[in-house]
Design a protein around this ligand. Structure first.
Ligand SMILES: Nc1ncnc2c1ncn2[C@@H]1O[C@H](COP(=O)(O)OP(=O)(O)OP(=O)(O)O)[C@@H](O)[C@H]1O
Ligand SMILES: [Mg+2]
Length: 277
């Protein structure tokens, strides 16, 4: 109950009566308490989620790290067997050993992918002034496209950000356009202003991705083509999503099957104060 009382003064100056209003605030108090409870529960859940994400990253890191040594051992043994039996190997056995080697390389790539994924977004470095134009040109040089052309919009902006995650994002998106876009693919890299963010777009004129697969491609180890056809661990896009979101941005696909693919993401113009510590 909340009340507001005020005296009613009589003509002679004395108090004649007391006038008051009483409001029942029980319902409002209940709602306030319930809201507070919900807010506390949400904070608790967010903390628990963050902790389990960290534990998962730590587990992925430890598991993948420890899996590498025995895998290396198996690869070495296979090589020694091949060397020892050189000359007495049949064509069939030679082929099987080659296949075994390629599977081991694939497994190594998967393990490296888990390691990279578990590390992504975990360590923050100090933000730098980064020329996105130069960064993209460096990425393209490194990828050294053969039959493809990559057009980089002139006047791409400078951003105040951590360099490495932005470079990894462009490396994976441009790399995907080149790898999955087919012979002679044309790739465009552009930027447009989106308030506190830049929206970067990597567009290709390759086979595109049907809308029903737009959600699936972000999952770790998800590839749309069998790995024997297009070699890939299926790590790239899961990494891109984790990196972009760890910087407070968002990433999405605009694509129809057969009509090229555009991957767009938002990246802060200036790293938020919480980052880069
Ligand atoms: N530009 C693109 N055009 C068509 N399909 C694409 C494109 N980018 C990605 N994809 C599809 O999405 C899948 C997931 O991409 P992702 O980058 O995660 O894995 P990957 O490129 O196969 O392997 P990795 O990046 O680990 O080498 C790809 O296997 C491919 O099928
Ligand atoms: Mg990829």
């Amino acid at each position: 109950m909340r009340d507001a009382m005020r005296p009613v003064i009589a003509p002679d100056g004395g108090t004649a009566a007391v006038q008051g209003v009483m409001i029942d605030v029980t319902a409002r108090k209940e709602i306030d308490a319930r809201l507070r409870e919900r807010a506390e529960e949400l904070t608790r859940l967010a903390t628990a989620l963050e902790r389990s994400n960290k534990e998962l990253d730590a587990f992925a890191y430890a598991a993948s790290h420890d899996l590498r040594a025995p895998l290396r051992g198996i690869a070495n043994l296979a090589q020694w067997i091949e060397e020892d039996m050189h000359g007495s190997l049949t064509e069939g056995t030679r082929e099987m050993l080659a296949l075994m080697r390629s599977r081991m390389h694939r497994m190594e790539a998967l393990i490296d992918g888990i390691l990279e994924y578990s590390r992504a977004g975990r360590v923050h470095h100090r933000p730098d002034k980064v020329s996105v134009g130069r960064l993209v040109r460096d990425v393209v040089d490194l990828l050294a496209p053969e039959s493809a052309t990559v057009w980089v919009q002139s006047g791409l902006p400078d951003v105040l950000t951590e360099r490495l995650p932005l470079q990894q994002v462009f490396h994976n998106l441009i790399g995907n356009a080149l790898k999955h876009g087919g012979e002679g693919v044309q790739v465009d890299v552009r930027a447009r202003d989106a308030d506190a963010f830049w929206e970067f777009r990597v567009e290709d004129d390759g086979p595109g991705i049907a809308p029903e697969f737009h959600d699936r491609v972000w999952g770790i180890f998800q590839t749309l083509e069998p790995r024997d056809k297009v070699e890939g661990a299926g790590i790239g896009l899961s990494l891109v999503k984790k990196l972009v979101e760890s910087q407070g941005g968002r990433v999405w696909i605009e694509s129809m099957a057969g009509a090229g693919a555009t991957f767009a993401f938002l990246w802060r113009k200036t790293a938020s104060p919480a980052e880069g510590e």
